[in-house]
Design a protein around this ligand. Structure first.
Ligand code: BG6
Length: 484
């Protein structure tokens, strides 16, 4: 049985930066896949907009090429690609000038859902917002989609929010964090709030600590210019890891509804304690296996930018007081492995005596790859010799458990773009959320800058700097292995 496809209204989606990398790799393939599943209704248009003078036919060839490259198996069917391209148009628009706006207005239909995807650098957001207003392209329910990074720090994020607020209501602004669109990330909410089993135990009384890891094997080659100014803290922790932390730590919202969910996430960010310098480790990968070091990748032999961060943070509220959250992310690590592990406390008393051994329950939610959930449960070691305890996994791989039901499910961009068309902001970040996340991140980064902190080198394709393990050992804990 293929998953249920919910119809959407006819729409016009304009992609500013329509010839750029994000459009080619993510946005257009996502739209194509939704088209294949019947979610680009007749009369809908995908309009590429960029500076270059291209005919619509040229742009359609660019789209077809991008789909062949990044669109997966379905995009190898040229009939499907051509049928999708019938929905595609192109207009050359000068974001900072006057040319192209009237032509853009002419292409759009008056009575359909209208969305503008700003797949451009944040420096152009304001010009685009003004251009759209000036040329009468914005109706009350017109939406804009903006990408991360949303600002570089609190000040720039506030400025960006203020600029956009001059032209759009908050209900029209969709700030993407693609982690929120991942199937398994949404599953965090289903697991927590759809089961009676976990929620009563979901607090400091029963949980020893929580680990959130997003490990990647890729380096930063090709994105050095951006990454040098960003580093892992701005690139991953301020947004993706923060969102995961929020979903794990938040109180149950009254409804699965945009502001109810975002209010609860915001409360978590605001309850975060400031991170002590000895509770954070930064790292930078070295060269290995014919791969370049971070410094070579970014062409800066003295770079102090981190490609790895591990930190311990505390959520200062009734639910979590005393239960640390350990966050870790890095590039060029030994495995691509994103997971959240909830480590429960020891039983208060062992009736079997010390020789039987003690094991902790661990609930591990594997986000990618191999999505699934594992619950480690303590049982008796089989065989004679008295009562000895071992931990065994109750293992659920989603691929095995759900099989064909996974067919047709959307990837993050597909789901988020369809949510924009449906007008559902639940999985998008609100202005105050983004600002609160920066307000927590800024002092950490400022501390590094003030101290002239240099990240610790770590072996490429290893587990990050030793100091990250030392930080855990000081607390009598250890990181889950990356190479399970
Ligand atoms: C992006 C970061 O937001 O997320 C990248 O800018 C990172 O540096 C990427 O590689 C990771 O996303 P995913 O979906 O591959 O886990």
């Amino acid at each position: 049985m293929v998953s249920r496809i919910i119809p959407v209204e006819t729409f016009d989606l304009v992609v500013f930066g329509g010839t750029g990398d994000l459009a080619k790799r993510k946005i257009l393939p996502a739209l194509f896949k939704r088209f294949c599943f019947g979610q680009v209704p007749d009369g809908s248009k995908v309009v590429g907009a960029a500076r270059g003078e291209l005919s619509t036919l040229d742009y359609r060839s660019l789209v077809a090429q991008a789909l062949r490259e990044y669109g997966g198996e379905m995009a190898q069917d040229s009939e499907k690609v051509s049928a999708f391209c019938e929905h595609v148009d192109y207009v050359a628009v000068d974001a900072r000038g006057e040319s192209g706006w009237t032509e853009l207005a002419d292409v759009l239909s008056p009575d359909v859902v209208r969305a503008f995807y700003f797949s451009v650098g944040p420096g152009v957001y304001s010009d685009l917002a003004q251009g759209l207003q000036r040329h009468g392209l914005v109706a009350d329910d017109t939406r804009i989609v903006v990408e991360k990074p949303f600002g570089h720090d609190l000040e720039t994020a506030q400025a960006l929010n203020r600029e956009l607020a001059q032209f759009f209501n908050e209900s029209q602004i969709y700030r993407i964090d693609h982690y929120l669109g991942k199937e398994t990330v949404q599953n965090l909410m289903a697991v927590r709030f759809g089961n009676m089993l976990f929620e009563p135990l979901w607090n400091a009384q029963y949980i020893d600590h929580i680990q959130i890891t997003v490990a990647e094997t890729v380096g930063v080659a090709g994105r050095g210019g951006y990454y040098e100014k960003s580093g892992a803290m701005r690139d991953m922790v301020q947004n993706h890891l923060m969102q995961l932390l929020c979903l794990i730590a938040m109180e149950p919202p009254a409804q699965f509804e945009p502001d109810a969910v975002r209010d609860e996430k915001l409360k978590v960010i605001r309850a975060l304690d400031s991170v002590q310098p000895h509770h954070i480790v930064r790292g930078q990968y070295t060269a290995a296996d014919g791969e370049m070091s971070y410094r070579e990748d970014v062409d800066n032999p003295r770079s102090k930018t981190e490609s790895f961060v591990a930190l311990k943070c505390l959520v200062n509220n009734w639910r979590w007081a005393g239960t640390p959250f350990y966050l870790r992310t890095g590039k060029r690590l030994s495995a691509r492995d994103s997971e959240i592990t909830v480590v429960f406390k020891d039983t208060p008393h062992s009736i079997f005596g010390p020789e039987a051994g003690q094991h902790r329950n661990e609930l591990s939610i594997q986000l990618q790859p191999n999505e699934g959930i594992t619950l480690n449960v303590t049982i008796k070691e089989p065989g004679p010799g008295g009562m000895r305890l071992i931990n065994v996994p109750l293992d659920m791989s989603f691929a095995e458990a759900l099989g064909p039901k996974l067919e047709g499910t959307s990837d993050a961009y597909e789901r988020l773009i369809m949510d924009v068309i449906r007008g559902n902001q639940t999985l998008f970040m609100r202005d105050d959320e983004v600002e609160a996340a920066w307000a927590w991140t800024d002092p950490i980064i400022q501390g590094w800058e003030a101290r002239g902190d240099v990240p610790k080198p770590y072996d490429a394709f290893g587990n990050g700097p030793d100091d990250a393990d030392v930080m855990m050992r000081r607390d009598g804990r250890e990181w889950r292995g990356l190479d399970k």
